[in-house]
Design a protein around this ligand. Sequence first.
Ligand code: HEM
Length: 213
Amino acid sequence: MKPQLSLPRKRRIHSWPVRICHWINVLAMIGMVMSGWGIYNADPLFAFTFPQNTTLGGWLGGNIAWHLAVMWLLAANALLYLVWGIFSDHFRRDFFPFSPRSVWRDTVRALTFRLPHKPGQYNAVQKLMYSGVLLLGALLVLSGLSIWKPVQFSGLVWLFGGFDIARYVHFFAMSGVLLFVIIHVLMVLLVPETFVAMLTGGKKISTEDHADE
Ligand code: HEM
């Protein structure tokens, strides 16, 4: 442990960069998923299509235009979030550590409504899910680049095992993000005050506060 040379500083539960990036990301994700479903409908991978009123863009050209436009918002926002998360130490401090044991313990606690909530501290299930959704996001970007520009990113296409497999990977990564959102929103409903803190920043807590395993 570092020697304590100054008084512990205070920080909000959620800093403003995290809050702004989070809500821009939610809007961008809605745009990406809805326009993506429209693109999927034009050439479905499976024996189903998405209802027209859950798609964005009206027709294939519109779906693609939306998908590529919102993509830049999503990418710029993700870049800001990643740079800020790394340089502010947010990821290391708040997303780690976690272990299979602590994830299992907190899953059991959550399912039996006994999960304690400490403001400003993520439980092990959250840590796993937030780290996991960042990885899924990276997979979405890489598979998306492969099917958007397969010639320019031919190395990536090769890594995925071909264009068709990259399409499946893109679809399943999208499905993984949706599964994340369902569990994520259910967990927020269990502790609704976290929603307010994600909007306002919440109360000030000591900078030293971070969850142990
Ligand atoms: C695409 C959809 C979403 C993604 C990828 C996502 C991702 C995340 C991530 C990564 C965090 C941790 C942020 C950090 O500390 O850096 C987070 C926190 C949070 N998200 Fe989301 N989120 C999504 C949708 C939503 C929605 C729809 C809601 C509203 C119900 C929501 C409410 C929250 C809240 C309240 C927290 C803070 C939880 C706490 O303090 O315990 N998120 N989200």
